[in-house]
Design a protein around this ligand. Sequence first.
Ligand SMILES: [Zn+2]
Length: 260
Amino acid sequence: MPMMGGHHAISGTAAWMALAGSTSMMGHAAGLDLWDLTPAQVIAGAVVATGAALLPDIDHPSATISRSGSGLTKALTRMVGSLAGHRGATHTLLAIAAFTALAVLVNGLDWQIQVPVLGEVQAGAALLVAVMCAFGTRALKAVKGRLLPWVVGAGSGLLVGVVAPDTSIWLPAAVAVGALAHLVGDLLTTDGIPFPTWPLTVKPPKRLASPFWQRSGDIALPLLGNAGSAREWLLCTVLTGYAAVTTIATIAGAPEVLSL
Ligand SMILES: [Zn+2]
């Protein structure tokens, strides 16, 4: 059983808030503020990282991401799954580089659309946010049904296109952070992830094979035990608390985010 989609999603949110957030709590900075972003950008990045944390499981037909859409996403995940195998190619640093490169590409599309009331919107960035938001919303069960996550996604995509138009660095960075958080999550379970230099896999000599470096070459640091364990739930509860508090503090500290 793979780690749950909702848990991956929240790990993406928490990782982003830790790296990109800058809110202060009880006199301490809760977040490293790596990219010097405005509060609106931090929140939008959190939305993107949440959805991107589901991307590696695109190889798994029963995962949230494949159930997010219609027959199209199902067919896509079935294809990726049969090509890559589960926890194969899409769970590697190479795949994260590819996801990020794709985000850079979509984000950089020179394509503006005129939206009534909102004005000119960067379509590439809005599209990226919309899709990631739909995945994340669905995984966290924030709204019900199949269609509603996409409605929420489209809305937030347009909103980001307006409130945080400069998406040059942080949008692709949020994709990378989210996808990396997924790999870390799976690394912490007994199943582990492919050897980091994949496709160059180094298999251990027979007598050195262990739960940490498996016969297949997969590596694991199984602090959480099996996927879905009580420890996984506990960690994710803590991460949810951290993500919620830092997000609320970021919004509360920046009234202009609310007033839009
Ligand atoms: Zn996974």
